[in-house]
Design a protein around this ligand. Structure first.
Ligand SMILES: [Zn+2]
Length: 395
């Protein structure tokens, strides 16, 4: 099957013929040789295309049409088209061909270097891409874009120190605040330090995150986690409750930890009181609390069990299979069975979804891998029966 690129190149060859370009140029190349009635190089190129030898046809095209002021835009357009189509090797070939031109204007050289860096980035050759972007970020028309791409590379490589440095440079040059993004870079460092038990460094990173963004949620979660690990239950609970107060959706992350702490402190009565108060203030949180309890298999706490029961009674898909009203009248064992089944089903369906692009995942991701937005994921509030049914039909 001829690819779109084959058609593209064929179109360019035809354009060359129509414009009399190829004939004119080859006349220039060798004045002594009389031009043939139909240029042989042009025919060769077409022949490659007809045999679907796109790479040879491209090489041929590059030899025929030398880069000059009249043709440079065509070369750039062709290169970016190849890159967008994922044919990165060909894009690289074209952009290297432009750079090889000795008398290239500085602006065009920068554009070619930037395009080549994007090719490398797309090809996963991050070291090469980084080198070029660093060079362009030190003074060129593509300074801001180069810094933006460097941020992406450092995020991908999890090189948070470099990401912070570039992010700060970008704030100055781009004239916009990247406080949220930079707070996450620091939080990444804080989480890594906390995971290694280096709590002093972790606390310092959280402080750094908070200088740009005082009430950073993720930083508060790291601090709560450190407090929990260092047996400072009081601080940990204070932080978790503050996190939920400010962003109710984070109950999905905080609930299992809160239960562990109250259990450890042997204060289950206090937990019941705190949640009764919280739910009377925010009744819309009931289903999220229930769903989180189901997913994490949390039970035996009256206020949470009540949420779970209400959730099951109000679940329309479930009602199609069992008469829950009748069961709840007295069959605790049957309810527990349904709850266990729901827990298994919930474990198979995505728990979080990005509000920007719809990307879903099992665990909370602070940066969406699909659209790269920060803090846009929200937890599911119900078992996704539709997704599960679809999955079982297609698998
Ligand atoms: Zn997204």
């Amino acid at each position: 099957m001829p690819t779109e690129s084959t058609f593209l190149l064929a179109g360019l060859f035809l354009l060359l013929a129509a414009a009399g370009w190829a004939l004119g140029r080859f006349g220039e190349r060798d004045e002594m040789e009389a031009p043939p009635p139909l240029n042989i190089d042009y025919l060769k190129g077409l022949n490659f295309l007809l045999n679907e030898q796109t790479d040879q046809a491209l090489e041929h095209f590059l030899k025929m049409v030398r880069v000059d002021d009249k043709t440079i835009e065509t070369h750039f357009a062709l290169g970016s088209l190849f890159r967008r189509r994922g044919e990165v090797d060909r894009a690289i070939r074209i952009h290297q061909n432009i750079i090889a031109r000795p008398d290239l204007a500085a602006e065009q050289r920068d554009q070619a270097l930037y395009s080549l860096a994007r090719d490398y980035q797309k090809a996963g050759l991050l070291d090469r891409a980084e080198k070029l972007f660093v060079r362009l970020s030190q003074g060129s028309r593509h300074q801001v874009e180069a810094l933006e791409n460097l941020c992406r590379i450092y995020e991908q490589e999890k090189d948070w120190d470099k990401a912070i440095a570039v992010g700060k440079q970008l704030e100055v040059l781009g004239g916009r605040s990247l406080a949220l993004q930079i707070a996450h870079y620091y939080s990444e460092l804080a989480e890594a330090a906390a995971a290694e038990g280096d709590y002093d460094s972790a606390r310092q990173y959280v402080k750094n995150a908070q200088t740009g963004r005082p009430r950073t949620l993720r930083g508060a979660l790291v601090r709560a986690h450190i407090a929990q690990e260092t047996d400072d239950s009081k601080t940990a609970l204070k932080l978790y409750h503050r996190i939920i107060d400010e962003h109710t959706y984070l109950i999905a992350e905080a609930l299992p930890e809160i239960v562990v702490i109250y259990e450890r402190e042997n204060q289950m009565g206090e937990l019941d009181k705190a949640f009764t108060k919280m739910l009377s203030k925010n009744p819309e949180m009931n289903s999220l609390v229930a769903y989180t309890a189901i997913v994490n298999d949390i039970g035996g706490i009256p206020v949470i069990d009540e949420c779970v029961e209400q959730y099951m009674l109000n679940e329309p898909t479930l009602a199609e299979f069992v008469d829950l009203q009748q069961i709840s009248a007295g069959d605790g064992e049957a309810l527990a069975k349904i709850r266990r089944a729901l827990s298994k089903l919930a474990a198979q369906s995505p728990r979080y979804q990005c509000q920007e692009c719809g990307f879903s995942s099992q665990r909370l991701l602070w940066q969406c891998p699909s659209c790269r937005s920060w803090e846009t994921q929200r937890p599911a509030q119900r078992v996704q029966f539709d997704t599960l049914l679809q999955h079982s039909i297609t698998s």
